[in-house]
Design a protein around this ligand. Structure first.
Ligand code: C2E
Ligand code: CA
Ligand code: CA
Length: 540
């Protein structure tokens, strides 16, 4: 008996040890992949911010802005407002001294911590500086003037050069640092104890990246322990399990490696194939007539156990991995299938889909939209495609071309999250869109913050001049509805009317308040009642 147990232990030992080594390798690889992905995503964002600043500096230089004349300071101020990541623009002497900024001549001492070429062969400089005695660092992009003349420079907060949240949208679980190519630390985020500070390097998973455009490099690290925490139970089980169990786990793991819950990209791929991504619909209401204008499609991940996952947990990863393209196609097809008949028979109702910067990198989306809606009862004239201002636009010319091609199909294009973005509204408006969606941030401070009112009024003026429609987002109270109506806004969406609804509930709402026969049920309950209340308040 004892001998049998002994043999069993000896036999079970190697598979268990192998399982542990294999698991460590897998955890390590996946953790590294995730870190690199996160770093790469952030490097792209950082590069886009610098490119944006350079573009503004080039524009200013081309306009001959090189002294502290009042008109030049005005021009600096306007350009600062229009260039979102830039907090200050200044005129700088050839020796690097700041002569004046967009707010005038009141200058505290600026200490240049480091100064190096922005890119190989470039005259522009990438500098790390401190203002007065403040500990925070800023990144200064400096474009020297011709000869010994004055140049222009842009200050960007250094915190924008490290990720603020993890790829999955949650708190940052790693230590991220951005350096100049020469090795000066620009910014740092996350707990150093999770990264370089703890123990020897054997404990760490490290990803190093270099920018291919500018003199920037990033180092991202996390302790192996932190990243592997999810696997701890699994491993403990492996260690105490019998040889048989170990072999069973090994075989299952080998057969189903892509199902491993610790590979989130593979998990999204699997869920896509399994049809777990479903459309929810948030109604958009005409706040003057109380009629339904349509809906925005918001994706949800409905897992096999019934849990509903919000997009913030998977969209960033879908974007960085490229899976977002297939995900959007799947979502569009599903909307056609499930809501095509009801919405198609009401051609005045519009359906909005969210796209990302990646969709505008080439014309694939144009073919996708054409082929998906060609066979559907939903008409192309009912489709709205939203492009967010939150993400920087990499290639304005190409994006503009794709927008025009989409409009050529008969679909409408909207700018989402207006007012929050990296690119600045004036830049986004060069895309020639049909609709702007004002972000909840401004709606929240309506009535309490004079600036918000002014911004909304300016946006409405602008929209009218450019013949664009305006939609207010995140409207939560009836007072806000009345306020927006006074400001001249026609369309709104938000919890005051309805949260995003599953397809069946949304279609029921459509049938209730927008029936084929005239009338509409104004005695309805829930979202229908909230929407009907707007209609009644108008009649009153
Ligand atoms: P978004 O496009 O700005 O969508 C509006 C978000 O605000 C939605 O969150 C919606 O549920 C929420 N919301 C609407 N009304 C209110 C309100 O009155 N109060 C508050 N507090 N929130 C309100 P959700 O559904 O979690 O979506 C978050 C973001 O995920 C979306 O922001 C969008 O950027 C992205 N997203 C959703 N679906 C897709 C998709 O199919 N593709 C892509 N690329 N992104 C998507
Ligand atoms: Ca949206
Ligand atoms: Ca939005």
């Amino acid at each position: 008996m004892l001998a049998a147990i002994g043999i069993g232990v000896v036999l079970a030992g190697p598979p268990v040890a192998a399982l542990n080594i294999w698991l460590s390798g897998l955890v390590e690889r996946q953790a590294r992949e995730e870190l690199t992905l996160s770093g790469r995503r952030h490097m792209v964002l950082s590069e886009a911010r610098i490119a944006r600043a350079i573009q503004t500096l080039d524009d200013l230089a081309a306009r001959g802005i090189d002294s502290c004349r009042v008109s030049n300071v005005d021009a600096l101020r306007q350009a600062t407002f229009a260039t979102t990541p830039v907090k200050e623009l200044s005129i700088v002497a050839a020796d690097g001294r700041t002569l004046c900024t967009d707010v005038g001549n009141q200058l505290e001492q600026r200490k240049v911590v480091s100064s190096e070429p922005l890119a190989a062969g470039s005259r522009a400089l990438l500098e790390v500086i401190r203002l007065g005695s403040q500990p925070e660092q800023w990144l200064r992009i400096r474009r020297p003037g011709a000869g010994s003349g004055n140049g222009v420079a842009a200050l960007i907060p250094s915190a924008l050069f490290v990720p603020q949240v993890s790829t999955a949208g949650g708190p940052l679980s790693f230590h991220a640092r951005m350096f100049t190519a020469g090795g000066t630390l620009i910014a740092e985020r996350g707990d150093a104890a999770q990264g370089a500070g703890r123990g020897d390097h054997g404990d760490l998973v490290i990803a190093d990246l270099e920018s291919s455009r500018y003199a920037l490099k990033a180092a991202i690290s996390a302790s192996h322990f932190e990243l592997a925490a999810n696997q701890a139970d699994f491993r403990a089980l492996g260690t105490v399990a019998s040889g048989l169990l170990a072999i069973l786990i090994l075989v299952t793991s080998v057969l189903l490696p892509r199902r491993a819950p610790n590979n989130p990209i593979a998990e999204i791929e699997r869920a896509l194939k399994a049809g777990e991504f479903v459309p929810y619909f948030q109604p958009i209401v005409d706040i003057r007539s109380g009629r339904l204008r349509g809906a925005e499609v918001l994706i949800r991940w409905r897992k096999s156990d019934g849990t509903i996952v919000a997009p913030a947990s998977f969209i960033p990863l879908a974007e960085s991995s490229g899976l977002i393209i297939e995900m959007t196609r799947t979502l569009m097809r599903r909307v056609c299938l499930e809501a095509g008949a009801v919405l198609g028979s009401r051609p005045h109702l519009k359906v909005g889909f969210n796209l990302t910067a990646r969709h505008f990198a080439n014309e694939e989306i144009v073919d996708d939209v054409r082929s998906i809606f060609k066979k559907s009862a939903l008409r192309l004239s009912q489709i709205v495609l939203e492009v967010t201002e939150r993400q920087p636009i990499e290639n304005l010319t190409e994006t503009r071309r794709v927008v025009a091609a989409l409009q050529g199909l008969g679909v409408k294009v909207a700018i989402d999250d207006v007012g929050t973005g990296h690119s600045g509204l004036s830049y986004m408006l060069k895309l020639g869109v049909d609709i702007i969606k004002i972000d909840k941030m401004f709606i929240d401070s309506l009535g309490t913050d004079r600036n918000s009112n002014t911004i909304i009024e300016t946006l409405i003026d602008l929209a009218q001049n450019m013949r664009m429609d305006v939609i207010a987002e995140g409207v939560e109270s009836f007072e806000q509805v009345l306020h927006l109506r006074d400001l001249g806004i026609r369309a709104a969406q938000g919890f005051v009317f309805s949260p995003p609804l599953p397809c069946s509930a949304f279609l029921q709402l459509v049938e209730t308040i927008d029936p084929h026969k005239s009338g509409g049920d104004l005695s309805a309950e829930g979202p229908a009642a909230a929407i009907a209340a707007i209609a009644r308040s108008d009649a009153a």
